[in-house]
Design a binder for this molecule. Structure first.
Ligand SMILES: Cc1ncc(COP(=O)(O)O)c(C=O)c1O
Length: 356
């Protein structure tokens, strides 16, 4: 089979080593003669997977002791609702509207309280991160989307919200760069971009917010219950958690988040260099705020875009079509994309431009 370079936005590329290890262990996990998918979530072998995954996540992200780590289901989309459902209780929350994902979070929050749009970049098609933010002094929390997967913009530094908890949807850039967890009240992320397969969502939540969470919720939507039961209230997505465990081991072997960040900076620079220097390709995000995970760009016409995507696919570069809501092209270059993949794409883009 010819080499494939996977630029899909999500579900997305996983490290080859992780897939190989999962393949090797598929029929015989840990020498027990059974698959990880076939054993009780309360067995000691699965317990080792969850506790190791959790402790590696804690150490990779330097998560302080006063935060809990939860593995939940329902995707990041369920967190759009669970956060206000647990915390808002009819109060006011500030949301920063940076794109399609922020908008979905806003829609859900409105069901549980008042939403103040503290800033928005909708005026320019979500091509930038707004910096003129009007915070509500007594807001219950401030919500941001650290990386907008569709329009390709990313917060480079995070707003200072003083003692109002900052909540971030990091679905498309978790583990891609160093961060200070104590600046946040909650960080959440669906696994299927930088962390594993679809099916599990990581929630890192400060314990005082768990304590403040609503009591009158159905168990599966309650942070309190999931935290009390260490994410094992019901059967968790065992296989997805197992892959996350392999991915965090892989990040550790590569040298941790700072080593990954350095590589991500190089990969993004390679792609943005060609966008900045070419007459054919044009980046769509404001250069100050462009994402190091999802590089969005256009060609000079839609016909050329269609041809570019077709020829790229034929040459092994998959997943370059922009999101259906915005069109154009998008190269998602998550942690697992090796630098050679980006170099090869840049070579392909250069050849494509030259032959026109
Ligand atoms: C930034 C961001 N937030 C939320 C979501 C929704 O995640 P899920 O499909 O896991 O609910 C996505 C999915 O692509 C995303 O990119």
């Amino acid at each position: 089979m010819s080499t494939k370079y996977n630029f899909y936005a999500g579900p997305a590329i996983l490290p080859r080593e992780v897939l190989k290890k999962a393949q090797e262990e598929l029929l015989n996990f840990n020498g027990i003669g059974l698959s990880i998918m076939e054993i009780s979530h309360r067995s000691k072998d699965f317990d080792q997977v969850v506790t190791t995954a959790e402790s590696k996540i804690r150490s990779l992200l330097e998560i302080p002791d006063n935060y809990s780590i939860l593995f939940l289901q329902g995707g990041a989309s369920l967190q759009f609702g669970m956060i206000p459902m647990n915390l808002l209780k009819g109060g006011i929350a500030d949301y920063i509207n940076t794109g399609a994902w922020a908008k979905k979070a806003i829609k859900e929050a409105k069901l549980f309280g008042t939403v103040n749009i503290a800033a928005s970049s909708e005026d320019k098609n979500f091509s930038y991160i707004p910096n003129n933010i009007h915070f509500t002094p007594d807001a219950v929390y401030v919500h941001i989307t650290s990386n907008e997967t569709i329009s390709g913009i990313q917060w480079k530094s995070f707003p200072d919200t003083s003692n109002v908890p900052l909540i971030a949807d990091m679905s498309s850039d978790i583990f891609s760069r160093k961060l200070k967890v104590s600046d946040f009240g909650i960080i959440y992320a669906g696994a299927q971009k930088n962390m594993g397969p679809a099916g599990v969502t990581l929630v890192i939540i400060r314990n005082d917010l768990i304590e403040k969470s609503a009591d009158n919720l159905t168990s599966m939507l309650s942070y309190k219950i999931h935290a009390e039961k260490n994410s094992l209230y019901n059967t968790p997505p065992c296989f997805a958690i197992y892959i996350v465990y392999l991915v965090v081991e892989w990040i550790e072997r590569l040298g941790g988040v700072s080593a990954i960040e350095e590589l991500n900076n190089k990969k993004a620079a390679l792609l943005y260099d060609i966008l900045d220097s070419s007459d054919l390709y044009r980046g769509t995000a404001d250069p100050r705020d462009r994402s190091k995970m999802n590089v969005t760009f256009r060609l000079s016409s839609e016909e050329l875009e269609t041809r570019f995507i077709r020829e790229a696919t034929e040459s092994g570069f998959t997943g370059l079509k922009g999101h259906r809501s915005v069109g154009g092209c998008r190269a998602s270059i998550y942690n697992a994309m090796p630098i050679e993949g980006v170099e090869k794409l840049v070579e392909f883009m250069t050849r494509f431009e030259k032959k026109l």
